[in-house]
Design a protein. Structure first.
Length: 748
């Protein structure tokens, strides 16, 4: 009763928030922790080892000293045991998840260096749009243990990772001395953050996108059910680690008085993303060169953000000047990173599909190396032209490279010359720098090669672009109704066809698909029709018919492209009265593993690199025959923290397979590969092929494994090649692992 009275008095003391739109919302779920133990019908314990994310120090356990209910509060307590730490993390996944609403909790946070408690949410199905950050994350309240007068509300999204954050500062007291109410109001077009009823941040612009794919229709990823998480982390990247001032015991407790969720009767999901001012692509100079002041003939400041710039970091010491048509860099200390001494020019525009020539002249007072690269400061620092180490000496040499821009358009690319961390401070002279396009910009945009997953069809799952029909055109001369469904985040193309469709079919088409002559392709899709409509499909001069039924069925057609370098279209003709549905359209090479020779760049493959690892990667066509190369500076402390992956491989029960690949490494080490179950939803990562650890050295060797698929047929198998820690030990010596000629075949 005392607790209830205190809560009412506290609520009456809060200022009214005119901005809140939830005065008429219904309370749909709450937990006031008035029992003697945590209600396991509502909550789950989470178990994770130290270092699982963000270099945090705690082990998450379910011990009674870490998670318990006392005096009407949930208590999550961090405990120090010698040099190690335990703490608690609970969630409502698969028990209580919500799509939109007002989420609030009354919390007293811990105080002390190294504590990071949080009240936050993650999506029920992280695979809907892809793993973090593509799936989205809503942090309703985070308070750093050494700054308990400040609370943060944040959303994470996109790829590359992006975030929007607000901060609320408490005057007169702090969030560790007593309870305060933290809330988030989440609607289709806006997310708002509150402390004690005071709004401090509105966010209405975000996105979900996988690298190389189109942007998912707004308001994704924040248009799916999320569940609630409460936890107390110790140490890590943001708060730093505990120090001598950190006190455990009562100071190390997160107290949660109650958690409540309110929802309106309905929400309007027909919202538009606010228009953003797009930066224009600047034109090159008269000679086609995108580099400003390429011959250093014009004096300019190297300390501003215009034109050329000189930067130092991580112990690098030096200076730069324009002298005699050259940029001259003098170093006193090389520093600990490649970019410790660096020359840059930002705002270099690059268009997807265009081939470029990057060239320059360079020399040095003594023989040494420098690293040239073209990077993406606004796109996660990916490399459009990989870090390339070159040898320079007293004689001026000309260097010239060609590369194709395989990533999305970027008006903000950057030319870099990195002189740090290379065992030399010898003076370097650079001149005659040029970046020119080798193909017409409009021509490159017309051709559609394979997506990163190997699919030549864009938006085959109907969740991108306006009305979720991005990249598709609809020819509707019969008066049909064409749309994309959105029932519980299930999207399918839907055609409601009148009788006139028999004479004038509705055509759904995707144009300008580039296929290679002589290559065998597989076209697959899922379709249904309660009226049994026949669906005619045409591609690359071939025509197929799919006889639809009320139950959704998968269809698959195999064909060989015959014309060389020809653009084709894929068309679906709906030519009878009734209703039909289409989904999961896929056109790819007819192989178990796609692009195993990396001749189509990274198509079909993706890279995972944990925050604890430091890598860059590329398909090397300069010194290798299109081999995948992973440049590793730091592995992290677990083997899976660096992976080359291919998803959605089919293994059939009872069949025997052989997986083989070529691999090498400039640093002798072990790597690991496996064909495994996708356990992202339930943490069940069965290695169907077994887990193979192989020792690799400076020369390519071929490795292979044969196995029988003893489990049920699985169409979502992951091939993972892990290049993280070796036998639990992190590697910090810079090295390169190369992979090539990956083949999966059915044998016998």
């Amino acid at each position: 009763m005392k607790k209830m009275i205190a809560a009412v008095l506290a609520a009456l003391a809060l200022p009214l928030c005119a901005q809140s739109t939830y005065t008429e919302a219904d309370l749909v779920w709450m937990d006031d922790f008035d029992g003697n133990s945590l209600n396991m019908d509502s909550w789950n314990y989470e178990y994770h080892e130290p270092g699982w994310v963000n270099n945090e120090l705690q082990k998450y356990v379910d011990a009674k000293e870490n998670i318990y209910v006392k005096d009407g509060c949930l208590v999550i307590q961090a405990v120090k045991k010698g040099k190690s730490y335990t703490s608690g993390r609970v969630n409502t996944q698969h028990k209580h998840s919500f799509k939109y609403g007002k989420f609030e909790a009354r919390i007293q946070f811990p105080k002390g260096k190294g504590f990071l408690p949080a009240f936050w949410m993650m999506p029920e199905d992280e695979n809907l749009y892809g793993q973090w950050p593509k799936c989205g994350e809503i942090d309703i309240a985070e308070v750093l243990g050494h700054k308990t007068t400040e609370a943060y509300g944040t959303i994470h999204y996109g790829e590359p990772h992006n975030e929007s954050q607000g901060k609320y500062k408490k005057l007169g007291s702090d969030f560790a001395s007593d309870f305060h109410t933290f809330a988030c109001e989440w609607e289709p077009g806006e997310i708002r953050f509150y402390v004690d009823g005071n709004i401090y941040k509105r966010i209405n612009s975000w996105y979900s996108k996988r690298k190389g794919f189109g942007e998912v229709t707004y308001p994704a990823p924040f248009d799916q059910p999320f569940y609630i998480i409460l936890n107390l982390a110790v140490g890590g990247n943001w708060p730093g680690n505990p120090d001598a001032s950190t006190k455990f015991g009562p100071d190390a407790r997160m107290l949660v008085d109650w958690v409540k969720v309110y929802q309106k009767k309905s929400y309007n999901e027909n919202v538009q993303k606010p228009a953003e001012a797009k930066k224009s692509f600047r034109a090159p100079g008269p000679d086609g060169n995108y580099v400003r002041n390429p011959n250093f003939s014009e004096q300019e400041s190297l300390a501003d953000s215009e034109g050329w710039g000189f930067l130092t970091a991580n112990g690098g010491i030096g200076s730069a000047e324009l002298r005699g048509g050259e940029l001259v860099v003098s170093s006193k200390a090389a520093g600990t990173a490649d970019y410790s001494v660096q020359i840059i020019q930002p705002d270099i525009p690059f268009k997807k599909g265009v081939s470029y020539r990057f060239s320059f002249d360079a020399s040095a007072e003594k023989n040494r190396t420098i690293i040239a690269a073209i990077t993406a400061p606004q796109a996660g620092w990916i490399r459009y032209f990989k870090d390339t180490k070159i040898d320079v000496g007293p004689e001026k040499k000309h260097f010239e490279f060609e590369f194709k821009m395989n990533d999305d358009d970027d008006p903000d690319g950057r030319v870099e010359f990195n002189l740090g961390n290379q065992n030399s401070t010898a003076e370097v002279r650079i001149s005659n720098v040029s970046v020119t396009a080798l193909t017409p910009l409009d021509q490159a945009a017309a051709e559609k090669g394979a997506l990163p997953d190997g699919n030549y069809v864009r938006n085959g799952e109907f969740q991108e672009g306006k009305n979720r029909l991005g990249e598709w055109t609809v020819d509707n001369k019969c008066g049909a109704a064409a749309s994309v469904t959105n029932d519980s985040n299930i999207r399918k193309f839907k055609a409601e066809l009148p009788a006139a469709a028999a004479q004038k079919p509705l055509i759904l088409e995707q144009k300008n698909i580039s296929l290679a002559a002589g290559t065998e392709y597989s076209l697959s899709f899922d379709a249904s029709s309660p009226n049994g409509i026949p669906l005619k499909v045409s591609v690359a001069g071939k025509t197929f018919t799919a006889n639809l039924s009320e139950k959704e069925k998968p269809f698959k057609f195999i064909f060989t492209a015959e014309k060389a370098d020809a653009l084709t279209s894929l068309a679906f003709a709906f030519g009878a009265q009734g209703t039909a549905f289409l989904d999961n359209v896929r056109l790819s090479e007819n192989a178990l593993v796609l692009n195993g020779r990396f001749s189509s760049g990274m198509s079909g493959w993706e890279v995972y690199a944990n925050d604890a690892a430091k890598v860059d990667y590329a398909v090397d066509s300069l010194s290798e025959d299109n081999a995948f190369c992973m440049n590793i500076s730091r592995t992290g402390n677990l083997d899976w923290m660096i992976q080359l992956k291919q998803n959605n491989i089919t293994l059939e029960k009872g069949k025997k397979y052989r997986i083989s690949l070529d691999a090498k490494s400039t640093l002798p080490r072990k790597i690991m590969y496996a064909l495994q179950r996708d356990g992202s939803a339930d943490n069940n990562w069965i290695p169907y092929s077994g887990t193979e650890k192989i020792s690799v050295g400076p020369e390519f060797r071929r490795f292979q494994t044969e196995f029988v698929m003893e489990h049920a047929t699985d169409k979502a198998v992951i091939l993972s090649i892990s290049m993280g820690a070796v036998d639990g030990k992190a590697l910090t010596k810079k090295h390169t692992v190369a992979i090539d000629n990956v083949v999966l075949e059915e044998i016998n």
